[in-house]
Design a protein around this ligand. Structure first.
Ligand SMILES: Cc1cc2nc3c(=O)[nH]c(=O)nc-3n(C[C@H](O)[C@H](O)[C@H](O)COP(=O)(O)O)c2cc1C
Length: 246
């Protein structure tokens, strides 16, 4: 069975959609093809991959409570292509959004359901994920955690000859467990979706989010965006900058 995974984030790198697609691929068997949909130049070669495929998985961000416009253009073209070539694909969707509630992806999911009806494809359902940006950051934190463990192990081996620094391993395990907990809802629902993709069955729409209390999410998000703003154009993206007359 061939499954086409499409990362629909317009970002060149480090997008949350790529992270969720990576996890989804772990839970899906058979032949896997991954494509990136960023501009209309990508449309044709992605549609070619539909030939001989049984399932397509779209991973995309929520934009203004809906489907990003470049994905809408692609769906219009895909509708015509699937009808012309009489394709019978099962379609699945992994949507993520910046705010905390995954349920905000419901209108986007409905868009995909309508696309399937119009194109004569089987809607398989999907997962809507809230706090996508923050979940994406957890993968960096995990990488930092591994790097610290390696560094501590090397230092301990050089200084004392001990290749198993217990304190460093305990700290690594605690941090990893916390990050795993934050991602637990996503992992459960993506594993479930993987089982549906393998069977080409209908999984329905499921919504989850980063598993932290909302008041903490707001606090972390505020700190995160102030730091990002400072790096990308000054505080509040240059709102306080003196404006040049145009
Ligand atoms: C133009 C634009 C519109 C957005 N609209 C929403 C929105 O309506 N609701 C929301 O929760 N997040 C919104 N976001 C945040 C994205 O959904 C969020 O950053 C997502 O994690 C990006 O996924 P990606 O990294 O895979 O591109 C928007 C982001 C952009 C750039």
């Amino acid at each position: 069975m061939k499954t086409v995974f499409i990362n629909c984030s317009p970002k060149k790198r480090f997008c949350a959609s790529a992270y969720f697609l990576f996890l989804q691929r772990l839970f899906t068997g058979g032949k896997k093809v991954t494509e990136k949909l960023r501009t209309p130049a990508d449309f044709d070669h992605i549609l070619k991959q539909f030939d001989g495929a049984q399932a397509v998985v779209f991973a995309l961000p929520l934009y203004v409570d809906s489907i990003p416009s470049h994905v809408l253009r692609f769906l219009e073209k895909a509708e015509a292509y699937c009808k012309e070539n009489n394709l019978k694909l099962s379609v699945y969707c992994i949507a993520n959004n910046g705010f905390i509630e995954g349920r905000q992806n419901e209108p986007l999911m409905q868009g995909f359901e309508h696309f399937c009806t119009r194109a004569g494809l089987a809607w398989g359902g999907g997962v809507g994920i809230g706090g996508g940006v923050m979940l994406n950051v957890t993968r960096i934190l995990f990488g930092v955690d591994i790097a610290l463990l390696v560094l501590n192990t090397v230092l301990s081996a050089v200084q004392t000859g001990n290749f198993f620094p217990k304190g460093a391993w305990i700290s690594f395990a605690q941090n990893a467990a916390l990050l795993l907990y934050f991602n637990a809802g996503v992992l459960v629902y993506l594993a479930r979706l993987g089982s549906c993709i393998r069977k080409r069955s209908f999984g329905g729409k499921k919504y989850t989010r980063i598993l932290i209390p909302s008041f903490l999410f707001i606090l972390f998000a505020d700190i995160f965006f102030i730091i990002i703003s400072l790096f990308e154009g000054g505080l509040f993206r240059g709102w306080l900058q003196k404006k040049q007359p145009t």
